[in-house]
Design a protein around this ligand. Structure first.
Ligand code: HAM
Length: 403
């Protein structure tokens, strides 16, 4: 038997209900914040991710589904959504047009990671990207949007916040961190040695306990911000305070993608095990320019739908629509005809086989219909239909015309 690949799941039945419920809820919130839908391809040139997510990141270094296509192009399945949206934004010349552009998207992302609970190789994100606003109010807007989506889905969270500084303060901080780590180079893990050359600040979120204990005394990003970054971070915290959004400052939060500057944030849940990040994002003011666009400030986030599906509090499912069935063979054509008409306004489930009343009743529970409607030879003769209201437990015979 052929099975799905490791870390790649089917989504159906009850899972699909949760999946669509989340997307509908998040879409509704994003639209209320003035965001518009964007769809970008699953397959892009590999260079796009190397230049944006960063050659030093684990995503690009170890996890890409990369191959040479039949036209000898180096391509890969997208590991995340931001790079493609930025490419589309530049390709459509929206960077040159100026103004504010806000997008949301959802779809599959691919990372060749070691699968475990909450960590898949094909997973789904709901994400948003906002272009053209360099005010920290937009950063707060992003965080409040995630919080609104989570609250609407009945999901509790902890918000972790950091500032990564900008081109003014980051280089000096990076230098002091490299100096610190070099002093204990013999004791840190191999990954950290590699990071030291490629992207030193990634050492801060090393999962190795020994490294973490060594870095306790490392210089902190947050104490090395320039005045502008410091002011923005203070303002961001004040906006969140005013809007009753609780947060924790995590000076080691550096995110796994290289394009961020200034605000970085992650939402985590304590109820889904070790893969606890349910959303992550931040500001990436240099990425548009880096991908050859006109310099444009930008900020965004993405949420991991599979991780959230475990946590969603689904609303009670209401009975709705009609179940229509035939008691005798000669009523089936009429059943199909009536179903076709009713579907213009209502959800209709139909049974093509003639069955007795009891067997139809068994089927109606499975489809959760509000009205149970039955026609047999007698009803055809009298031009009537039996309609049972399942919720109110009432039953009546009405004319087909009335129905
Ligand atoms: P990210 O933190 O890499 O950010 O991913 C966002 C979310 O996707 C994570 O918080 C997690 O819930 C989910 N996720 C990531 N990897 C996996 C996996 N292997 N299996 C299941 N879920 C996963 C980004 O992707 C950025 N593009 C976010 C962003 C948008 N920043 C600015 N704009």
């Amino acid at each position: 038997m052929i099975k799905s690949l490791r870390g790649m799941n089917d989504i159906l039945s009850e899972d699909y209900e949760r999946f669509t419920y989340f997307i509908n809820t998040a879409t509704h919130v994003a639209q209320k914040y003035g965001f518009h839908f964007i769809e970008t391809p699953l397959l892009e040139e590999t260079a796009l991710f190397k230049r944006s997510v960063g050659a030093s990141s684990d995503i690009v270094g170890k996890e890409m589904y990369q191959f040479i296509d039949k036209g000898k192009n180096d391509v890969c399945l997208r590991p995340e959504g931001t790079a493609g949206v930025v490419r589309a934004f530049i390709q459509k010349k929206l960077d040159k047009a100026g103004g504010v552009h806000r997008f949301f998207y959802h779809g599959s992302m691919f990372r060749y990671e070691r699968p475990q609970k909450g960590r898949l190789r094909q997973f789904h994100q709901f994400g948003v990207e906002s272009f053209g606003i360099d005010s920290v109010y937009e950063d707060a807007n992003m965080i409040m949007m995630v919080a609104d989506i989570l609250v609407a889905c009945g999901i509790g969270y902890r918000l972790q916040l950091n500032s990564l500084g900008d081109a003014n303060c980051m280089p000096a901080y990076r230098e002091s961190l490299v100096h610190f780590v070099t002093q204990c180079k013999d004791e840190v893990c191999e990954d950290c040695i590699r990071r030291l050359d490629l992207n030193p600040i990634r050492v801060l979120d090393c999962k190795n306990e020994k490294c973490q204990s060594l870095y306790v005394n490392a210089p902190k990003l947050i104490n090395n911000l320039c005045q502008a970054c410091e002011n923005d971070f203070t303002k961001l915290k004040q906006i969140l305070d005013t809007n009753n959004i609780n947060y924790e400052i995590d000076t080691n939060l550096v995110r796994g993608l290289d394009y961020y500057s200034k605000t970085a944030f992650e939402f985590v849940s304590d109820n889904i095990g070790s893969q606890s990040a349910i959303a992550g994002g931040g500001r990436y003011d240099r990425l548009v320019e880096f991908l050859d666009g006109r310099p444009t400030p930008a900020v965004g986030f993405a949420m991991g739908i599979e991780r959230l599906m475990e946590l969603i509090q689904m609303p009670e499912v209401k009975k709705e629509g009609y179940y229509i069935g035939a008691l005798d063979e000669d009523a089936i054509d009429l059943v199909v005809q009536l179903a076709q008409k009713k579907r213009k306004t209502d959800k209709v489930n139909i049974e093509y086989k003639a069955k007795n009343f009891k067997n139809h009743m068994k089927a109606v529970d499975k489809v959760n219909a509000k009205y149970f409607c039955i026609i047999g030879s007698n009803e055809i003769q009298s031009g009537t239909i039996i309609v049972k209201d399942i919720e109110n437990k009432t039953e009546e015979k009405i004319t087909i015309q009335e129905f």
